[in-house]
Design a protein around this ligand. Structure first.
Ligand SMILES: Nc1nc2c(c(=O)[nH]1)N[C@H]1C(S)=C(S)[C@@H](COP(=O)(O)O)O[C@H]1N2
Ligand SMILES: [Mo]
Length: 357
């Protein structure tokens, strides 16, 4: 009999998640009416193998390599007793939106057919990596920093690991043990994970056990075969609506005592800087309306927005949202083909059904 092993520990109820093999994508309607951060119970999970259960009491984080003068290990309690900081940061899988290469562009890419739900923003708490590297005597000759996960080896590629250049490692990377005011849940890297703002999700190694600092470039399958030449995440937008949402028809001017136009909400984000503009179309891209921002406006996280819409006809309609970030990058109507289906940034055509109501 084939043994069924759970690869994700937390419950994955159907109203919060869509499951793709061992991975779970958040349904965007699960963010509707929810605050700025993605609650831990609905944060997406992307595992190469399975969530390991690690004992924090015996766990240690080992820092070693030719780039350090004083290689050393840190216990969980030592990390917790160090000065900490929090950072509101998005983690997004490089493959987020991959499904649209097929469904929207007619040219499917291999891999998990994610919609837009392989992203989440949490308030991460931990110790800046810079601080640990300093404690271990970071040498000026150091080049790369290689974090390795304690989860089982992935196929014949070994433990999940991907080098970061020292410049990024000492900039804004967090060695995180807290997520939205709670200890990291097992699926999100307990006891400790990296949080690498703006970069592809794979940079944010979970279940951290080991950090090697080298004096020459390092190469692993995760920067040569997978996620090669991908660092920052592109611009994306999503509506906080179910796919194929049903919306009752509403006239442009509500009658007394009757509801006014729909307030459609969504969020936009970019790994390269703040979002400066969000436009929404209700007519397949013929006309665009500026959305209004609300909530925090942070680098490395997302911008919540809303727009009013009073559909006049019943039947199918297409909603589109297009964001622009402070570097001037904006969402195209089509993303060039990518062999692994990474970096999908095109405007997504979100189908809705306007019904009598
Ligand atoms: N050790 C380890 N770290 C990992 C992974 C993994 O499988 N093992 N998956 C990576 C990928 S591809 C992504 S997108 C993020 C997902 O983080 P989450 O599961 O907390 O949402 O973790 C990254 N860190
Ligand atoms: Mo990922």
């Amino acid at each position: 009999m084939k043994q069924v092993t759970a690869t994700i520990v937390k419950p994955l109820p159907d109203h919060l998640f869509r499951v793709h093999d061992g991975n779970a994508e958040m349904r965007w309607e699960a963010m509707s009416g929810v605050g700025y951060h993605t609650p831990n119970d609905r944060f997406f999970v992307r595992n190469h193998t399975a969530t390991p259960l690690i004992d924090a009491a015996t766990w240690q984080l080992h820092l070693h390599g030719a780039g350090l003068l004083r290689p050393r290990a840190f216990t969980y309690d030592e990390l917790l007793s160090m000065p900490s900081r929090t950072h509101d940061v998005a983690i997004e899988c490089a493959g987020n939106g991959r499904g649209f290469y097929g469904t929207q562009q007619g040219d499917p890419a291999p891999g998990a057919q994610w919609g837009l739900g392989a992203v989440g923003v949490a308030r991460w708490r931990g110790v800046p990596l810079r601080h640990l590297l300093k404690e271990a005597g970071l040498r000026p000759e150091a080049v790369d920093v290689l974090p390795t996960g304690l989860d089982a080896p992935f196929e014949h590629y070994g433990h999940v690991r991907r080098p970061l250049p020292v410049a990024k490692a000492v900039d804004d990377v967090l060695v995180a043990y807290g997520m939205n005011g709670r200890p990291l849940p097992p699926d999100h890297g307990f006891p400790v994970r990296l949080v690498v703002p703006g970069w592809v999700g794979i940079a944010s190694i979970k279940w951290l056990g080991d950090i090697e600092v080298s004096t020459s470039r390092m190469f692993t399958p995760w920067n040569t075969v997978f996620y090669r030449d991908v660092a920052a995440q592109p611009v994306k937008s999503a509506f906080e609506l179910p796919w194929d949402a049903r919306l009752p028809i509403r006239g442009p001017h509500a009658w007394r005592g009757r509801p006014g136009p729909h307030v459609l909400r969504g969020r936009s984000w970019s790994g390269r800087g703040r979002i400066v503009k969000v436009e929404v179309s209700f007519d397949g891209g013929a006309t665009w309306h500026l959305a209004e921002h609300h909530g925090p406006h942070l680098v490395g996280a997302w911008l919540p927005w809303h727009v009013q819409w009073a559909p006049r006809h019943t039947g199918p309609a297409v909603l589109m949202a297009r964001a622009t970030d402070e570097t001037g990058a904006t969402q195209p109507l089509r993303t060039p083909k990518h062999p692994f289906g990474y970096s999908f940034d095109a405007v997504v055509r979100h189908p809705v059904e306007v019904v009598n109501g």
